[in-house]
Design a protein around this ligand. Structure first.
Ligand SMILES: Cc1cc2nc3c(=O)[nH]c(=O)nc-3n(C[C@H](O)[C@H](O)[C@H](O)COP(=O)(O)OP(=O)(O)OC[C@H]3O[C@@H](n4cnc5c(N)ncnc54)[C@H](O)[C@@H]3O)c2cc1C
Length: 217
């Protein structure tokens, strides 16, 4: 049987039964997140920073200021990008067996510096739409100067793994049954939008806000 992992580097060994290498699964986890963690080697030291991202097909795009040090270290260099969705806190009857329900993705590879303005626009659109679907059309494209002052890197999804834990707490048979065990589900929920005080047109929220409220209902 062929190895389902796209490479040995992303083959899940610990709890291999929780692994999923299907791009459909990987896309779905990525599309449910607004934050990733970018891991780079900077001056010989590991550095991991949280940041926004966008997915376009099988490519992840990350952006920042032209002077962004982590993105500079990422350009044409090995990186590791992770995305995590927390679905629940798993309380067991022993500290040892406490856990979380989650869906996570690890992507490894060489990040590519995006220098072409047309591809930069594709990236900036993907990043904007990842965070607030529909917002790109409402706000319009960035100016040429804004595009120039933005650093963008691309990370291919060809070397990626997903790992998913779901289900109840798991206790050993001799765990004290009088202790409460169970799962506390967690999910992000949107609050009431807070319009800027200088909004015009009566402050009516645009469709992108409705889509956000829908997403985080
Ligand atoms: C929210 C959350 C909380 C966690 N808490 C703990 C904890 O407290 N203690 C603990 O030991 N583990 C925890 N894990 C699991 C952790 O991410 C590792 O999978 C686990 O520690 C095994 O590490 P390892 O180096 O032995 O992995 P290995 O199985 O040796 O990893 C090999 C390869 O598998 C892939 N891989 C590994 N883990 C993941 C992952 N989570 N998602 C996608 N691909 C992956 C990567 O490509 C990696 O290079 C948690 C995961 C999440 C998402």
């Amino acid at each position: 049987m062929p190895d389902p992992a796209p490479s040995p580097r992303v083959r899940v060994k610990r709890h291999a039964d929780r692994a999923d290498y299907d791009l459909t699964t990987i896309h779905a986890i990525l599309d449910g997140a607004v934050v990733c963690h970018l891991g780079v080697v900077q001056g010989g030291e590991p550095l991991v920073l949280p940041t926004g991202f966008g997915r376009h097909g099988d490519t992840l795009y990350l952006h920042g200021a032209a002077a962004n040090a982590a993105l500079a270290a990422a350009a044409d260099a090995p990186v590791c990008v992770t995305v995590t969705l927390i679905d629940g806190l798993v309380l067991a009857r022993t500290v040892f067996n406490h856990s979380m329900n989650y869906r996570s993705v690890v992507v490894r590879g060489i990040a590519r510096a995006v220098l072409d303005d047309a591809e930069k626009l594709v990236a900036l659109r993907a990043i904007t739409e990842q965070i607030v679907p529909g917002r790109w059309a409402e706000v319009g494209e960035p100016t040429a100067a804004e595009v120039r002052s933005t650093r963008v890197v691309a990370v291919d999804l060809r070397e990626a793994s997903a790992k998913i834990r779901r289900g109840p707490s798991i206790d050993d048979a001799d765990a004290p049954p009088e202790l409460w065990a169970g799962v506390v589900p967690l999910r992000p929920v949107a609050g009431t939008p807070e319009p800027a005080t200088d909004n015009r047109d009566g402050g009516a929220a645009p469709p992108s806000v409705a889509s956000l409220l829908d997403r985080y209902r």
